[in-house]
Design a binder for this molecule. Structure first.
Ligand code: THU
Length: 137
C-alpha cells in the first residue's frame, strides 16, 4: 500500500461523509499492521456535539474489530491547504498511534503533508501519565 493509494482510499471514504450541517466532507483511511484498511468519514448530528470526525470513525472501526496496531493514516478534505485534524482526534490518535507513525494530510488538489503525532500533539497525555500519577489511597 503506497501513500498515494492510501490517500486515494481516503478520497473515496470522503464521499460517504454525512454532513447536512457543515457540508464539509472529510475522509480517512487507516492502514493496520496486517495491511488491512479501515475507512472513515465524518458523521454529523442535529445536536452537533455527537458529530464524529472521519479520523475517529476509522480508528473506532478498527479498535472495535480488535485491531490496535497501525502503520499509517491518510486524511483528506476539500481545503486549500492539507486538512488538519481536530484536537479531539489528535488525543484519540495518541491513545493508539506510535508518535512517529506517518500521517498523511491532504486535499482534493493532491497536496499532501506528511506528518506524525509527535508533530501534531507533542507532550500528549497518555496511559503512561496515568501510571506515574494518582494517590494510590
Ligand atoms: N472534521 C473531520 O471529520 N476531521 C477533521 O480533521 C476536521 C473536522 C469534521 C467534523 C465536522 O463534521 C466537519 O468536519 C466540520 O467541522
Amino acid at each position: 500500500m503506497t501513500d498515494k493509494e492510501l490517500m486515494e482510499l481516503a478520497v473515496q471514504a470522503r464521499e460517504r461523509a454525512y454532513v447536512p450541517y457543515s457540508q464539509f466532507k472529510v475522509g480517512a483511511a487507516l492502514l493496520d499492521a496486517q495491511g488491512r484498511i479501515y475507512l472513515g468519514c465524518n458523521i454529523e448530528n442535529a445536536a452537533f456535539s455527537p458529530t464524529n470526525c472521519a479520523e475517529r470513525t476509522a480508528i473506532f472501526k478498527a479498535v472495535s474489530e480488535g485491531v490496535r496496531e497501525f502503520k499509517a493514516l491518510a486524511v483528506v478534505a476539500d481545503t486549500e491547504e492539507p486538512v488538519t485534524p481536530c484536537g479531539v482526534c489528535r488525543q484519540v490518535m495518541a491513545e493508539f498511534f506510535d508518535p512517529q507513525m506517518p500521517i498523511y494530510l491532504g486535499n482534493l488538489r493532491g497536496d499532501v503533508l506528511k506528518t506524525s503525532l509527535a508533530e501534531l500533539l507533542p507532550a500528549s497525555f497518555t496511559s503512561k501519565d496515568l501510571e506515574s500519577g494518582g494517590s494510590h489511597d
